[in-house]
Ligand binder design. Structure first.
Ligand SMILES: Nc1ncnc2c1ncn2[C@@H]1O[C@H](COP(=O)(O)OP(=O)(O)O)[C@@H](O)[C@H]1O
Ligand SMILES: [Mg+2]
Length: 239
């Protein structure tokens, strides 16, 4: 027997099913998804509106629970974790980026990025330094004292990316992070996610229906009607 223990994939899902009750009908958002995502991978989840992308990312991120099937994060079955453990997993191991940015309007850029570290009890001097470094890494070193309403859409999303990465998560889940951006900013935000993921060794899962981004992804999982219609690896794609 070899002594080597194979590292668990960052995400593994089996038979994932999730329906929503709408009136007296069940809308099936996911209908049996199996998927494995390894350490440091960049994966684009593609598919038309309503195909189940957001539902999948919410389940991967322990923001929602499936009706059937299992979600393993770093080998741990989410169904075996209590609410407190799920909260800690989201807070310490994962980072989230959403289409609508979700920045706190009364906080400036630095305070927004610092916020996850405040919750985690990181001492002030250290968290200021880490938040400033994260903002530098997204090209916003000069905008740290700006509140979100003084930043452009692309800049706001870059603040959200800095916030998602500041606690050095194992994986970042970005749900249509470029949905509110023009194509130039969309590309910049995507490439930034890809580059920072590489730099931090973080797994990055990005949902989008933008063909420009899909074309740049080394792996594309395409959903259709809540199923994986295609899972394509393209090592030659340079993000
Ligand atoms: N909270 C909800 N209540 C009812 N139906 C929902 C809800 N969220 C998603 N759905 C439905 O589930 C399906 C998949 O949605 P979603 O995961 O948001 O897809 P996508 O992100 O690819 O647009 C769609 O038919 C959508 O209308
Ligand atoms: Mg969606």
């Amino acid at each position: 027997m070899s002594g080597a223990v194979r590292e668990a994939p960052v995400f593994r899902v089996e038979g994932l099913t999730r329906s929503y009750r709408v009136g007296d009908a069940d809308v099936r958002a996911l209908a049996g998804v199996d998927l494995e995502i390894g350490s440091g991978e960049l994966v684009v989840v593609a598919g038309p509106s309503g195909s189940g992308k957001s539902t999948l990312l919410h389940l991967l991120g322990a923001l929602d629970a499936p009706d059937a099937g299992r979600v393993f994060v770093e080998g741990r079955d989410l169904a075996t974790l209590g609410e407190r453990q799920r909260t800690l997993l989201r807070r310490r191991r994962l980072g989230f980026v959403f289409q609508a940015f979700h920045l706190v309007p009364v906080l400036d850029a630095l305070e927004n990025v610092e916020y996850p570290l405040v919750i985690d009890g990181v001492p002030r001097a250290e968290r200021r330094a880490r938040a400033a470094a994260a903002l530098d890494s997204v090209g916003l070193g000069e905008r740290m004292s700006h509140r979100p309403d003084r930043l452009s859409g692309g800049e706001r999303q870059r603040v959200a990316i800095a916030r998602a990465l500041v606690h050095r998560p194992r994986a970042v889940l970005a749900d249509e992070p470029t949905g509110n951006l023009d194509s130039g900013n969309a590309l910049r935000v995507f490439e930034l996610l890809a580059a920072l993921g590489r730099e931090h060794g973080a797994t990055v899962v990005v949902s989008t229906h933008d063909p420009e981004l899909v074309a740049r992804a080394p792996r594309v999982v395409t959903l259709r009607d809540g199923r994986v219609a295609r899972d394509e690896r393209r090592p030659e794609a340079v993000s």
